[in-house]
Design a protein around this ligand. Sequence first.
Ligand code: IVH
Length: 680
Amino acid sequence: MSEIKKKIEELSKQLEEHNYNYYVLSNPTISDYEFDKMLEELIRLEKEHPEFLRGDSPSQRVGGQITKEFKSVKHKYPMLSLSNTYNEGEVRDFDERIRKAGISDQEYVCELKYDGVSISLTYVNGELVQAVTRGDGEKGDDITANVKTIKSIPLKLRGTGFPDEFEIRGEIFMPKKEFLRINEEMRKQLVEEGYDEEEIVEKQLKNPRNATSGTLKQQDSKAVAERKLDCYLYSLLGENLPHGSHYENLLEAKKWGFRISADMEKVSSVDEILKYLEKWDKKRHHLDVETDGVVIKVNSYEHQKFLGFTAKSPRWAIAYKFKAQQVSTVLNEITYQVGRTGAITPVANLKPVQLAGTTVKRASLHNADIIEKLDVRLGDTVFVEKGGEIIPKIIAVDLSKRDMFVESNGPTVYITHCPECGEELVRSEGEANHYCPNEAGCPPQVKGKIEHYVSRRAMNIDSLGGETIAQLFGAGLIRNIADLYELKKEDLLKLDRMAEKSANNLLAGIEASKQVPFERVLFAIGIRHIGETTAKKLAHSFKSIDALSKASVETLLEVGDIGERIANTIVEFFSNAEHAAIISRLRLQGLQFELSEEQMSNASDKLKDKTFVVSGVFSKFSRDEIKKIIEQNGGKNVGSISGKTSYVLAGENMGPEKLKKAEKLGVPIISEDEFIKMVE
Ligand code: IVH
C-alpha cells in the first residue's frame, strides 16, 4: 500500500476517534488546535491525491460539496408519525389498549420527543451511505452531503456486530445555545447594516426547529458545517438486528458510535410512565435541546409486530405532548425603548417569575395595536408563554383577576411623546411602529447613529467604541457624525480615562476614515432602510452623492430592487436641511462622496437588463466574484431559472435538473470564458 494512502487512513482513523470522543462522549483528549492541524494535513493530502479520498473521510465534515437539487428517494420503510396524547388519561388508555390486545408482560421505553427534523440514515458495511429526510413519509430528500457535516453522526461505525445493511432514524436539531449564538450574531450584523428592531426580529431565526430545517435545505454543505447541528438517534430498522427489542438495540447502537440519549428509560408499568412524564415536564428546560413531549414505545419487536399500524401511525407507540409553558404574573409597568432609527418598542416589565428554566422579567409588547388588542392594563395579571421562540410573550390578560383597582387604571394609553427627549411621536400610514422624529436631538438616536457610523462594516473607526461615544456626547462634544471630524486633542484630554495615547489613536482612526470608499460612506450615514447591499447598489448606479441627492423617486425606482418605500426615504433624507448641512461639512473634511476612478472604469452597463443564474464551480473566478462582476456591469443575479432568465452561466458540476430546465425553457447556457468575453 502506498505510504500516502496509509497516512490518509491513519489520520482519518485518528480524527474520527477524536470526533467521537468530543461530540459523542463529550470527553476530548486533544486540543482543538491539534485537531485542526491534523484535519488540515488530511485535507492537503486528499487534495494532492484525490484517488484516495473516501466518502467517509472526516474531511467531509467541513462541507464544501454543493447539492444543486436534492434527489428524491423512496423510503424502504415508510416514515410514519405518531398519534398525540395530551393528558394522563390518554396515556392510561394507550396502556389499556395494549393489555386488551393480550400483551400483559409489556415493557415500555420512554424517550424524550426532540423538536427538530427527522432523518433516516442508511449504513452499508459500517459506512454512512445515505441520509434522507422524512418528506411526505413515502419519499424524502437525499441530504447526505449536509448530514455528513454533523459531527456526532458517525461516517464510519466502531466496534463489531452491526448488520451489513441497516437504517437508523433520529432527530437532527439545533442546540438552544447555538440558536441563541446565531441569532445574536445576526442581530449584531443587522444592527450594523442599519435595520430597525422590527426588521431584525423579522429576519432572525424563529425557533430552533425552523432553523434546523432551513439549515438542512442549504445547497452548500459548508453553510451547514458552520451551524453546529446535532442529532439523537432513536430507532433501528433492518433484517439482522442484534436483539429482538428496541431498547437493547439502541444500547448496542451506542457501542457502534451513535449518539443515543441517556435520558431514555425502560419501564414496565403505566405508573412509571407517568412518573417519567412528570419528571421531564420540568427537567427538560435544562437541556440544550428543545423537546415538546415524550414518546412511549412498546419495547419488544414481536409485540410491535403484533400490534401493527393504523393508516398513519404505529399502534405500539404514542407521543405525549407537554403543555406549552405558561405562567401568570403581574404587569408592573410598561416602558418604551427608543432605537437608533427612532422606532419605539413598548416593553412589559413584569413581576419576576420562573418560566421554562429562566426568570422572566420583561416581555415585548411589540406596538400600540398589540397593546390595544390585548387590552392589557397596569396591574393586570397576564399569561406569559414561552414557546420554541425563547423570547417570552404575553398571550392574554387573566380577566378574572382584574379587580376594581386595575379597572380604575383604565385602558393603557400609548405614549404620545418620546420618553427620551419629549418630542411628539409620529406614526406613518401603514407602519406598525411609532417613531420619534427628533433625529438630531434625541440622545439614543444621536448616539446610535454615531455608533452605526463608526461600526466595522461602515467607517470602521475601531478606536471609537460605544462608551467613548457616550462620554463625548455627555460632554457636549459631538451631536452628529460631522462633529467627529472637528474633535480637538485638548478637548479629548479633558475626558475621564482619556490618555494621550488613546486620544491620538482616536484622532488617527477618524482621520483614516476619510479614505473609506463611497459605497461604505453611503451606508454609514444611516439613511433609514439602507443596508450594505442597497448602499452598494446606489453608489454604483449614481456614482456620486450629488447625483443621488438629486434623484427623483421615479429615477430611484429604475434601480433594481429599490422599491417605493426606500425611494421615498432617500428623497426625504436629502431634502432635509439638517442632513444637507452635515453632508456638506463632511465633504469639506474630504470624505469620499463619489466612486473612485478605479471603480468608475471597472463598471459598465454592458449587462444592463440581463438576468443571470450562476451555477456550478468555476475555474478563473469564485462564484461570488462572478456575481459581483455581473452586478458591476449592470446585470442582475437571480436564484432560479425561469422563462425570463437571460443566461445560465454554467460551471462544472452543475446539476442535471437545472440544465434540463434551461434547455426546456430555451435559456442560453454559457461558459465562464464566454461570460468573460461579454464583459471585456
Ligand atoms: S419515534 C413511527 N422517537 O416525532 C414513528 N420520534 O410524530 C417513529 N421524534 O417524525 C418515531 N423524538 O421526527 C420517535 N424519541 C423519538 C422522537 C421522535 C422526536 C419526532 C420524529 C417523528 C415525530 C413523530
